[in-house]
Write a protein that binds this ligand. Structure first.
Ligand code: ZN
Length: 142
């Protein structure tokens, strides 16, 4: 069986442990899939850590669909950019300031995952959309 040494963990593993890559000379990636998944998880974690900043969590409505998102700059500007990519009118349901944008964005998206439509858009009743505002808090510094 052909094997290959992973350039990250330096362990010799069978080729089947490496994902295919048509651009590579031997047709396989230089990092084993275990190392690859690990670094992907770390990137994901960093992304969230990075998102711990003061900003706003918002909920906008468009044709009965709701988008939950975050912004570090003004909501008007954010709304404008959402509106640009949308033929229907986008309305603000609520905007709430917080010092931990990433935490609440994650919490809300997690809570709504069964109603997910596409991107940050969700199909939820208006009552629920309004109630979501109560989840977002301005945490005291710890
Ligand atoms: Zn490896």
């Amino acid at each position: 069986m052909k094997s290959k040494v992973c350039n990250t963990c330096h362990i010799s593993k069978p080729l089947s442990e490496f994902n295919r890559d048509n651009h590579a000379s031997d047709g396989h990636r230089s990092r084993c899939s275990k190392c690859r998944n690990k670094s992907r998880r770390e990137t994901e974690k960093k992304k969230y850590t990075y998102k711990v900043f003061r900003g706003m969590v918002y909920c906008v409505e468009c044709e009965g669909f709701y988008k939950i998102g975050v912004t570090s700059y003004g909501i008007r500007k954010r709304l404008q950019s959402i509106q640009t990519g949308n033929p229907f009118e986008v309305k603000i349901v609520w905007v709430k300031r917080t010092n931990n944008v990433g935490k609440y964005e994650r919490m809300l998206h997690q809570q709504l995952k069964d109603n997910h439509v596409r991107g940050e858009w969700y199909a939820i009743p208006k009552v629920l959309a309004k109630e979501l505002k109560n989840i977002v808090r301005h945490d005291e510094e710890s």
